[in-house]
Design a protein around this ligand. Structure first.
Ligand code: CTP
Length: 471
């Protein structure tokens, strides 16, 4: 009997095998064996099958189809960017969850991944041509949209975003986007300069105003060497989470709860051009506000000056100085909970000069008289309208636990989230955090995780604490 060896396969088939094998962490020979087995047992469409599988009944990975995405139908538009390779993994992750995935590829996308790979992973025909009436799979852009619960564009290139923002429709992908009445989620991926270009910013704003949801992009190294910044496509699991949030919104244990969050640094003016500040980026506080909102809370975020965007679904008030932050927080009372994440400046100058302080020969540097800022957390912790739950943070560089315990008592908080902000830890401005939750009853250590994960876990803790309190 003749035997098949990988070496004898066509190059295009070898490419597909290589990608699938890499994704599944097996050898190319093992991948081939699995595919033949799946073909024989009917897990893949039989060779030569001419009809596309109905999306609603697409194959589900065994044992993993009971989640919130099971039975949902996603139309995935892949446009042309290096990140298209990650879309292969996205297809796999969605199908593992029992989601049917049908794909549309732009012409440029096919320069990065093959329709063969996409078709094999989605177990469906791949659509790319707007006018191919000869194609027996032609089902038209309207039907493609009608047979989906959600349209996901990943990667969403600057070009496709521009087309969608301006209502252009000159290929199948853009036509589907113009003709659909289904929710749309885009995962942008592009060079940071393109992402920050005024034109892309305008298009982003238009798309968001039109109700299109965006996930990412993330910051970091780009595939092109030497490039870094915001523009990397969100990771497949982040996109899955965003799909879940849109298609299968989770429980809202914080619905009807009003929660105040402070975030970022404060700037204390010295004169009209100089100020005292600190290294807080606002990432942790903003992530907490977003996580609480996802659980249904009515979140009021009071943010000092930061360079990150206001979180989704949160009402944000921007302030500069500690006194302003205190005033806004007090105006926002009553609330069910308040979480103080801001790195508030402890001191301000006694009076800010009305004009720029000039150097004066022979006089030396000006002496700045400093006065203490109000402690916002302590004020609310002892307020007559004290929220039921008050949580503070403790940024420490030494004696973390002892200092956090002292702050718990002094500031009237229920919990102190203590983190080590010594320079080596890279917490301030970084994306990860390792915290200890300090309460009167004891201390809980959380492992090192992303600031988003800390936020999600803290939001769960808040929900748990407020569960038995009457709204
Ligand atoms: N905080 C506040 N208002 C201030 C100072 C701090 O609301 N003027 C809050 C912070 O938001 C945080 C907690 O108090 O939740 C602890 O902040 P931290 O800077 O760690 O402590 P400090 O009170 O400033 O004490 P120290 O600087 O001595 O560590």
């Amino acid at each position: 009997m003749a035997s098949i060896t990988v070496r004898n396969l066509d190059d295009s088939v070898k490419d597909l095998l290589r990608q699938l094998a890499a994704q599944n962490g097996v050898s190319m020979e093992e991948q081939l064996r699995l595919m033949i087995r799946d073909g024989v047992t009917g897990r893949l469409p039989a060779a030569g099958s001419s009809q596309p599988q109905p999306v609603a009944t697409a194959t589900r990975a065994p044992g993993d189809a009971s989640g919130t995405l099971a039975g949902k139908r996603v139309l995935l538009i892949i446009s042309g960017g290096i990140a298209a390779y990650k879309s292969l993994d996205l297809i796999r992750r969605l199908r593992e969850r029992g989601t049917a995935v049908r794909c549309v590829m732009t012409a440029a996308a096919q320069e990065f991944v093959t329709a063969l790979s996409v078709g094999a992973l989605s177990a469906d025909h791949v659509f790319s041509d707007l006018f191919d009436r000869q194609d027996e799979h032609d089902i038209g852009h309207i039907r493609l949209s009608r047979e989906a619960d959600l349209i996901v564009v990943a990667p969403a290139t600057a070009d496709l975003m521009a087309k969608a923002a301006n209502g252009l429709a000159n290929d199948l992908a853009s036509t589907v986007l113009l003709a659909t009445d289904k929710p749309v989620l885009m995962a942008p991926a592009m060079n940071p300069r393109m992402w920050n270009h005024k034109a892309t910013r305008r298009n982003r704003a238009t798309l968001e105003k039109d109700g299109i949801a965006l996930v990412g992009p993330n910051s970091g190294e780009m595939a092109e060497s030497g490039e870094a910044g915001a523009g990397r496509m969100a990771e497949p699991l982040e996109i899955v989470a965003a799909i879940e949030a849109l298609l299968a919104p989770g429980p809202k244990p914080l619905a009807g709860r009003r929660i105040i969050v402070t975030s970022g640094p404060t700037h204390e003016p010295i004169d009209p051009v100089r100020y005292i500040a600190n290294r807080s980026s606002g990432k942790q506080g903003h992530a907490i506000a977003a996580a609480l909102a996802r659980l249904g809370a009515d979140v009021r975020l009071v943010s000092g000056p930061v360079s990150i965007a206001d979180p989704e679904g949160v009402s944000t008030v921007h302030v500069e100085r500690a006194e302003e932050m205190r005033d806004v927080v007090e105006q926002l009372l009553p609330a069910d909970a308040a979480i103080f994440v801001a790195a508030v400046a402890d001191w301000r100058t006694a009076s800010s000069a009305g004009e720029k302080i000039k150097k004066q020969a022979g006089n030396g540097p000006p002496s700045l008289k400093m006065v203490e800022n109000p402690d916002i957390l302590a004020g609310i912790g002892h307020h007559r309208q004290r929220p039921y739950l008050v949580i503070g943070f403790a940024a420490e560089t030494e004696n973390l636990l002892a200092n956090a315990q002292a702050k718990l008592a002094k500031k009237g908080a229920d919990f102190i989230v203590a983190n080590d902000v010594s320079h080596a830890g890279g917490v301030m401005g970084g994306d990860r955090n390792r915290v200890r939750i300090v309460a009167k009853s004891g201390v809980e250590d959380w492992p090192d995780m992303t600031k988003e994960d800390v936020a999600a876990r803290l939001a769960e803790l808040v929900a748990e604490r407020l569960k038995s309190v009457e709204v």
